[in-house]
Design a protein around this ligand. Structure first.
Ligand code: ZN
Length: 65
């Protein structure tokens, strides 16, 4: 599950809808998605393990390079 902090709801650990995994120039993994309850874009740094697990499970998709 990919979760993030929602700045609008001020809630931690909200689940991202349709998360997309983005790999940064430094090799870090970032997930971007939407908080379904409020429509705010969520963004979170996540571990490589979590990113790959989310992609493998079909929960998230990898951003096209
Ligand atoms: Zn929200």
């Amino acid at each position: 599950m990919v979760t993030a902090y929602c700045v609008k709801c001020k809630a931690k650990g909200v689940t991202m809808k349709d998360p997309v995994i983005h790999v940064t120039e430094k090799g870090g993994y970032m997930a971007k998605g939407v908080h379904e309850a409020c429509g705010t874009t969520l963004c979170a740094m996540i571990s490589k393990e979590n990113a790959e697990a989310a992609i493998a499970s079909g929960e998230a998709r990898k951003e096209a390079a």
